[in-house]
Ligand binder design. Sequence first.
Ligand code: FAD
Ligand code: SF4
Length: 350
Amino acid sequence: MNDAVLVVGAGPTGLAAAHGVATIGRRVVLVEKEDVLGGAPILSGYAKLVPSGEWAKDAIGRMVKRVEDSKLIEIHRRTKVTQLDGDRGNFTATLSTGKTVQAGAVILGTGFTHFDAINKPEWGFGTYPDVVTTTQVEQMVGAGRIACPSDGRTPERVCILLCVGSRDRQIGREWCSKICCTVSTNLAMEIKELSPQTDVFIYYMDIRTFGLYEDKFYWKSQEEFKTKFVKARIAEVTIAPDGKRLLVKGEDTLVKRPIVIPFDLVVHAIGMDPNEENPEISKVFGVGLEKHGFLERGEHYTSTFSSTRPGVYVGGAALAPEDIDTCISHGLAMAMRAVGDLNALAPKAA
Ligand SMILES: Cc1cc2nc3c(=O)[nH]c(=O)nc-3n(C[C@H](O)[C@H](O)[C@H](O)COP(=O)(O)OP(=O)(O)OC[C@H]3O[C@@H](n4cnc5c(N)ncnc54)[C@H](O)[C@@H]3O)c2cc1C
Ligand code: SF4
């Protein structure tokens, strides 16, 4: 039996798992396909995280540092696993670098892919430069200035459209991405902090600022930052006759009236798709996919975080849209399961 654990993906889930396994005193091989560790919050340049309000580069940066500092964790950047042979207790992974790695258990923290807003063409992304995504606005907040990409002006009116690429059966996205309501209410406040004269509107089907996020984000953004919430069904985003402003067209579903409202900047609150590499990951690791394309769980209650292959565990946004706190809990739980299951396999001392 090999008592090392192979962790794939160095986002919040994989970083928590790797650190958890090392804390128990076991060796970890961490494989990340990108140059930098940290997953989506670092790769996409998120600004201040919800709910902590900490800058992503600081919060996730601390997670990266303790993994990089650990003597028990061997890190392979710009690397993928191309083949996984063997069984629980004795896996051999072939890496894209040609190296092979022995491990007793495998943890998949391979995460998600941001919805590409180009797949919702009637809402103007890719057609009009001033239609942007939440990740682009996060980067603007990080740079300290909100601006219309077309000409750099500070927008007088910004609207955030929720559920872009989520809860949309027409384009095969039936799931709620869980965190984008909270992220959007937070972004509305950040926009207002940077540009107090800007009016911010949020167009929604439902508001899902779950758990304790209701007063901290939903109510605070309305009451203290004057964000205006409009329950609406949006049909399209077009350009105004002045060739400058955008027109958001649809129906106000509370008063049941058509609306056509001008904005300077339209923001798509993009959702979380399954990792676009999941078909390949499923093949390489021999694990199943659930019907939407996320990785499939084994059994929920007594074999939590099992994939469909014994000895291979899966958690975080690889399983379904999740927030970072939940991903960290998944990572730690997988570390405990992997080491606990390896302990159970080890020959007992007489
Ligand atoms: C716009 C937006 C803003 C958000 N803001 C917040 C927030 O403020 N607070 C919050 O709690 N949550 C937020 N989230 C959710 C957050 O992004 C996720 O909870 C978190 O990133 C998921 O972590 P993860 O490690 O599971 O996946 P990821 O962050 O996706 O990390 C996966 C890692 O695995 C790597 N990888 C993928 N495939 C492979 C492979 N085949 N081989 C090797 N490596 C691979 C990737 O490169 C990546 O480094 C936001 C989401 C969106 C869309
Ligand atoms: S969290 Fe909010 S914006 Fe995101 S998909 Fe769910 S309801 Fe829509």
